[in-house]
Design a protein around this ligand. Structure first.
Ligand code: 4FN
Length: 186
């Protein structure tokens, strides 16, 4: 079963008639370019976004040819529909709206902005089933805590997502830490 061209093009055109000129019309699809923080930020600059997604066997390709401006995928796996990918895009875009809970604190000082993963977080109690909160976090020297978390975030990036390091903009100290991690490998 396929989604027909006529109703979808009508729906999109009626929505676009009330939207800003240049409004993106996204098609969530496995054929799209892979969604990213950068794409989310670009989309956040628009007053409106239209998002289409497939279900069943997908959508008549003429919808894409006639009204779609951008084909986007959230990753390589088989799904039963593009609704969840659409919600992923919506979530990543709306957090760039000032005042939204979880929005970046102003001038993009969020952890993903520079492409490095976050370090670990801890709450109380200081000891749970033999696992303790690292000493530096208990001491409360804020500058040292920031440095420690940055270093641990870099370690996780090195261990789990070394691909992210290719694009990361690192300080001299961070490069030194990286060399340390490489040396720690057996
Ligand atoms: N998926 C693959 C190859 C062939 C088909 C699919 C697939 C939902 C309508 C599309 C999937 C994944 C990420 C939309 C997948 C996405 C979809 C997405 C999606 C029903 C047709 C379909 C090679 C990627 C495994 C089903 C690969 N991001 N078809 O899942 O809409 O946005």
């Amino acid at each position: 079963m396929l989604i027909q061209v006529g109703p979808v093009v009508s729906a999109v055109e009626s929505v676009l008639a009330e939207a800003q000129p240049g409004t993106p019309v996204l098609l969530m699809s496995p054929q799209g370019r892979v969604f990213s923080h950068q794409i989310a930020k670009d989309l956040a600059g628009h007053e409106h976004i239209v998002i289409l997604c497939g279900r069943y066997e997908g959508i008549d390709d003429r919808v894409r040819q006639l009204v779609v401006t951008d084909e986007i995928s959230i990753g390589d796996y088989v799904l039963t529909g593009g609704e969840l990918p659409a919600m992923v895009v919506i979530d990543a875009v709306i957090r760039h709206i000032p005042g939204v809970l979880g929005a970046p604190g102003g001038a993009d000082v969020e952890s993903h902005a520079d492409g490095i993963l976050e370090g670990p977080h801890y709450t109380r109690p200081v000891e749970f089933r033999g696992l303790t909160v690292p000493q530096v976090l208990q001491e409360g020297d804020h500058a040292e805590i920031v440095r420690w978390r940055r270093k641990e975030g870099l370690r996780r990036t090195w261990e789990n997502r070394p691909d992210l390091l290719m694009k990361a903009d690192l300080t001299e100290e961070e490069r030194y830490w990286l060399a340390e991690f490489v040396g720690e490998e057996s």
